[in-house]
Design a protein around this ligand. Structure first.
Ligand code: CUA
Length: 347
């Protein structure tokens, strides 16, 4: 028994002494590659700012980065100096080490930390300085797992897509319908948590036209990863036109298939949960579908918005995004193409 224990201890020592260090570079490389995988494709980076808020955050990040680089270089230089030039020289003049430790080990870090704290406070104040009372205001409500988007002054609603005019500050009022979520557009603004029973405020401003991906940044359940949204920054005239459409009835069906689809939508189970402006469908449980045909994705970033995915979603959304609030639909196979045609026509 004792011999077995000795063997185990010896094997463990062997593993620690030889195997682990040899595997360490491989593990480090794998971790590095995993981290780099996050930089691929359309992943938005807070270090590639597109607006005033994120520019502040990126500035602070780079300041901290370069301070860290300088401190690291200084420590390494001291280490080399100690190992190469002072090796074996144990005689140190009285009083010298204490002065050095006081200045380089306590005084300098204190000055750096106070300065960084000051810069942080300045940036925090700048981020808290919201737009004026005349700024466009967007009301965003977090649901498990999608974003309801309404505009002050427009009767309609949309989902998972926020349009803003380029170069203007837009006020965003945030509420949650259920659990804690967090509103984050890395390229435009840092995170703001959505807390039950409270209305939080933030703002968005994009310096150039384009799409900026946003993401729920607080774990909120199984489909937290599929709670993405898009901020679309467009010239003021385009934004005004888009907002006007959000206030008008949805596009009328133009083909026979679209007409049949509308009828199936309004008279079937869809209308119990979804709304389409200008029709009898006025459900408020799920997203308003008045412009669903023009949206960037289905299921808040779960799948692309095309006819195939839309059909799959209608028939059984649970296979696409398990756990979401939409149950499988008993849709007639002959009705499905009409429903797809109608919903795709809503732009
Ligand atoms: Cu909502 Cu995570």
């Amino acid at each position: 028994m004792e011999k077995t224990a000795d063997l185990t201890v010896s094997a463990a020592r062997h593993a620690r002494g030889r195997g682990v260090p040899r595997r360490l570079p491989v593990l480090t490389t794998l971790c590095g590659l995993l981290l780099l995988a996050g930089c691929a494709g359309d992943s938005p980076s807070a270090l590639n700012p597109g607006g005033a808020g994120a520019t502040r955050v990126a500035g602070l990040w780079w300041l901290l980065f370069w301070i860290s680089v300088a401190v690291f270089a200084e420590v390494m230089a001291l280490l080399v100096w100690a190992l190469v030039f002072r090796r074996g020289n144990a005689r140190v003049r009285h009083g010298q080490p204490l002065r050095f430790v006081t200045i380089a080990g306590a005084g300098l870090p204190f000055v750096i930390l106070v300065a960084v704290y000051g810069v942080g406070l300045r940036d925090l104040a700048a981020l808290g300085d919201g737009p004026g009372p005349d700024a466009p205001t967007v009301e965003v409500t977090g649901h498990k797992w999608w974003w309801e988007v309404r505009y002050q002054g427009a009767s309609g609603a949309t989902a998972n897509e926020i349009h803003i005019p380029v170069g203007e500050r837009v006020k965003v009022r945030l509420r949650t319908d259920d659990v804690l979520h967090s509103f984050w557009v890395p390229q435009l603004m840092p995170k703001t948590d959505l807390i039950a029973g409270e209305t939080r405020e933030t703002w968005l401003r994009a310096e150039r036209a384009g799409s900026y991906r946003g993401q729920c940044a607080e774990y909120c359940g199984t489909q937290h990863a599929h709670m993405a949204f898009l901020v679309v920054a467009q010239p003021r005239t385009d934004f005004d036109a888009w907002l006007a459409r959000l206030d008008a009835p949805a596009r009328e069906p133009r083909t026979e298939a679209e007409r049949r689809g509308q009828q199936a939508f309004v008279q079937g189970t869809c209308a119990a949960c979804h709304a389409v402006r200008g029709t009898g469908a006025a459900g408020r449980v799920g997203p308003d579908l008045s412009n669903v045909g023009s949206r960037w994705s289905l299921g808040a970033g779960a799948v692309p918005n095309d006819a195939g995915h839309l059909g799959g979603w209608i028939a059984n959304a649970q296979t696409v995004k398990p756990g979401n609030a939409m149950p499988p639909q008993p849709v007639d196979a002959a009705q499905l193409p009409d429903l797809i045609a109608y919903l795709r026509s809503l732009e």
